[in-house]
Design a protein around this ligand. Structure first.
Ligand code: FAD
Ligand code: UDP
Length: 399
């Protein structure tokens, strides 16, 4: 089944089963080459190294590990997320147990306020939000009745606009979602799958947490430290600042794990898959606190950014200064978000057919499987992808 490995070995002058050694021409041999040092690639590498005893090379074209979860201490010593706020939350005990092997945790419940009509109001919309917008104290029953009267009936809820109009009605949709979504995606909510808006529920309570998952914590010493621990196994070699195209012909390897954009891997032969990008403006301010919560959202079309993050709320750092990040959505730049809508799914299905017909390569992660996944979902996907691969390659770990 390892046709790719055999082909590589033939090129490297080896027979299957032969103990891998250095390649003729100076290149090295690895059982697995992992492209991408984010959650998907790092979890795959860790499992293959520690559970299957495989030699693994992990590369990333960025100058660091961690993928989009990478964090670093800026020149003032404040911990900053280079690619915007990453808040860990999950309902999966398996994912918590796994990552707890590589980090300790700091409890953190994320809260978000939205700047609307000159006020800072809880997001997701809850009783406090609705009471402020409609100018009267609303209990759960009154709020439910009010939403029912405001909701615009939609027979077949397909898009984010359908979803929002049919649950909160026109006014709340306009104030909280319409402008934000147009900025974030460069699309109208009517052009996006309902799953995008479904990420943010409406609450008939005063619970003002952004997430309600059982487990809500940040890695105690940050994400990058956790990735260092994931990749510390002696069977793992890490090469950052290294793109796949630069080394693919110089490295011998048995099997490829790819966590980059799937359309790029196949040379865009079925067309471009849109990935939404962001530009980040990081600032340090000479004050202890900038805003009352970790993230403030700006749905108004009057400002170009969507949200501002103040990291001290997330990290618990004590410092005389504070670090913040503005997010400006962009069509160009690094790929961050797959864009959930039917025409993109149709393109992705073509790439998935190509991927299925390429058994020498395993595609995993948010970019390679074109899924709007949170970190915990990528970890869960990588763990099950590893288990499947280990069985297929005959080195499944004992249960
Ligand atoms: P990535 O982290 O994108 O890693 C892929 C890596 O592959 C990249 O480092 C890239 O450089 C590398 N690569 C690609 N192609 C090549 C190549 N050809 N050669 C070499 N290297 C290559 N999730 C949460 O759970 N909570 C949050 O609060 C949260 N906030 C987010 C905020 C923002 C702004 C963004 C963009 C995402 C957020 N996420 C959040 C999602 C989270 O970032 C992803 O789920 C996770 O990082 C995906 O991991 P991955 O390994 O699949 O991809
Ligand atoms: N959203 C919105 N207004 C908000 C927050 C979210 O319209 O104040 C919509 C928007 O389309 C956004 C989506 O809900 O892209 C998902 O929000 P989430 O906070 O989950 O986005 P992420 O953290 O993944 O960028």
């Amino acid at each position: 089944t390892w046709s790719g490995m055999r082909a590589q070995m033939r090129r490297a002058g080896k027979r299957p089963g032969q103990r891998p050694g250095p390649r003729a021409g100076g290149g090295a041999y690895y059982d697995y080459l992992v492209v991408g040092a984010g959650f998907a690639g790092s979890v795959m590498a860790e499992r293959l190294a520690s559970q299957s005893g495989k030699r693994v090379l992990v590369i990333d074209r960025r100058p660091h590990i961690g993928g989009n979860a990478y964090d670093f201490y800026n020149e003032d010593g404040l911990l900053v997320h280079q690619y915007g706020p990453h808040i860990f939350h999950t309902n999966s005990p398996k994912v918590v147990e796994y990552l707890s092997g590589f980090t300790r945790w700091r409890p953190y419940e994320h809260r978000v306020l939205a700047r609307v009509d000159g006020m800072l109001l809880p997001m997701p919309i809850n009783l406090t939000t609705m009471s402020a917008v409609f100018g009267r104290a609303l209990g759960p029953d009154e709020a439910r009745a009010l939403l029912a009267s405001l909701a615009v009936p939609v027979a077949d809820v397909k898009t984010s606009q359908d979803m929002l109009l049919s649950t909160v009605g026109t006014e709340l949709y306009r104030k909280f979602f319409h402008g934000y979504t147009r900025k974030q995606w460069g699309l109208d909510p009517s052009q996006l799958d309902k799953s995008v808006a479904a990420r943010v529920p409406t609450r008939l309570s005063t619970d003002d947490r952004y997430f309600t998952d059982d487990f809500q914590c940040m890695p105690l010493h940050g994400y990058t430290r956790m990735f260092e621990a994931l990749l510390a196994h002696p069977n793992i070699t890490v090469a950052t600042g290294t793109a796949f195209a630069d080394i693919r012909d110089d490295i011998g390897y048995g099997h490829l794990i790819y966590s980059g954009p799937v359309d790029e891997f196949f040379g865009y032969r079925c067309g471009r898959l849109p990935y939404r990008s962001l530009a980040f403006r990081h600032e340090t301010l000479p004050q202890q606190q900038f805003q009352p919560v970790g993230v403030v959202n700006y749905p108004s079309p009057d400002v170009a950014y969507t949200r501002v993050t103040e990291y001290k709320h997330l990290t618990g750092q004590k410092h005389a200064r504070t670090a913040i990040t503005y997010e400006y959505p962009s069509a160009v730049g690094d790929p961050y978000y797959p864009v959930p809508r039917p025409e993109n799914d149709a393109i992705f299905r073509q790439y998935r057919r190509l991927a299925d017909a390429t058994p020498d390569v395993t595609f995993v992660g948010r970019l390679a499987t074109y899924r709007y996944y949170n970190m915990d979902q990528v970890v869960a996907q990588a763990l099950s992808t590893y288990e499947r691969l280990a069985r297929l390659h005959g080195h499944a770990p004992a249960d």
